[in-house]
Design a protein around this ligand. Structure first.
Ligand code: SP5
Ligand code: ZN
Length: 345
């Protein structure tokens, strides 16, 4: 397993997030990467490569130019108004009957290009966004060159971000950019298996009308969990994409038995699709102790999940998404990678 990483994520830090009646330090923090790296090394995964730099062309294959410019200019515009302290965030959103296209004010950009209060901007945010996509594209390039398995250990995550909306800690959809880059490089079909606890509403929406990317997601039911407004089983794709979107929502407190049945279902669909490459949106916020999630998977279960994915026998690109139980995050993530690697032999 070749692991790709960049230290440039570190400046995306220091903001707070809303949790019911209080502001708490952001769960999506730089120390997530440190604990995962330490656990990977401890489990013997030492093939760690620094990410290479890419230009923005691959990002613009997925995201709109206005949105990418917003990601880049949001903090400087905000800082000009409020100074270097704090963080930029939306005060209102472009809802029904209002403009959906921003004017020149940073507030209108935040209102039109973000969909929740979990995507703060600080001075290091844009550099971190670039580092995450560079890390993912470095790993995708390794797979395109014949590599069997790679892990893009990056943050911020991406699966909630759509073509022109950031949300849920996500700005650029790293997995989607990798999928499009692999297609542009000659692959015919890509499957994305999303095992983050939350539904990847951004990835689903990006590929909803297409049959060259199969999106399969196992997540907490939107009836009781974020993102609430997408992720039902009835969402099966549209037009040429009909039948190429598979949502497998599960109830709160799900344990490995039911989880593994859903995973077997997703794996069978992916096998039938016969993709050139499998991209795994790897979130471990399905862990019982996760402060953001509500499933009941144990640390050892992540070895099983990794092994089940490995048996597809496909070139596989893991892209880091969520997972916030800092004490066990490293172990849980490394267990997926180790379970996968051991099953591959
Ligand atoms: C990438 C990713 O995992 N993003 C998740 C964003 C979730 N933001 C919403 C948090 C809602 C908090 N719910 C707390 C439930 C406590 N069990
Ligand atoms: Zn998540």
């Amino acid at each position: 397993m070749r692991i790709f990483h960049s230290e440039d994520h570190r400046g995306h830090a220091g903001a707070k997030e809303m949790r019911y009646d209080q502001f708490i330090p952001m769960c999506e923090s730089p120390d997530r990467m440190d604990t995962i790296l330490a656990a990977l090394r401890e489990q013997g995964h030492r093939d760690i490569t620094a990410a290479s730099a890419f230009d923005l062309a691959p990002v613009l294959r997925i995201h709109t130019p206005g949105f990418v410019e917003f990601l880049q200019t949001c903090w400087p515009l905000w800082e000009a108004e409020f100074g270097p302290k704090g963080f930029a965030t939306a005060y209102m959103f472009g809802m029904r009957g209002m403009d959906q296209v921003p004017n020149k004010s940073v507030h209108s950009m935040l209102s039109c290009y973000t969909f929740d209060v979990c995507v703060p901007f600080v001075a290091g945010t844009w550099k971190a966004i670039r580092s995450a996509v560079d890390t993912t594209l470095s790993a995708a390039t390794f797979i395109a060159g014949g590599g069997e398995a790679a892990f893009a250990l990056c943050r911020p995550p991406g699966h909630h971000a759509s073509a022109d909306l950031a949300g849920g800690y996500c700005y650029v959809n790293n997995a989607a950019v990798a999928a499009q880059t692999l297609l542009d490089g000659g692959s015919a079909r890509i499957a994305i298996l999303d095992i983050d606890y939350h539904h990847g509403n951004g990835t689903q929406s990006i590929f909803y009308g297409r049959d060259d990317v199969l999106y399969a997601s196992i997540h907490a039911t939107p009836e009781s969990e974020y993102p609430f407004l997408l992720g039902y089983a009835r969402e099966t794709g549209a037009g040429p994409g009909e039948g190429f979107n598979l949502n497998l929502p599960l109830p709160l407190r799900t344990t490995i038995t039911a989880y593994r049945s859903a995973l077997a279902h997703a794996v069978e669909r992916i096998r039938a699709y016969a993709p050139d490459v499998l991209i795994v949106s790897l979130g471990v916020d399905s862990f019982v102790g996760d402060p953001v999630g509500g499933f009941a998977l144990e640390s050892v279960d992540f070895l099983t999940i990794g092994a089940d994915i490995a048996r597809l026998g496909l070139p596989t690109l893991f892209v880091m998404e969520g997972g916030y139980a800092i004490a066990e995050l490293g172990l849980n993530t490394a267990n997926v990678i180790t379970g996968f690697s051991q099953a591959r032999g």
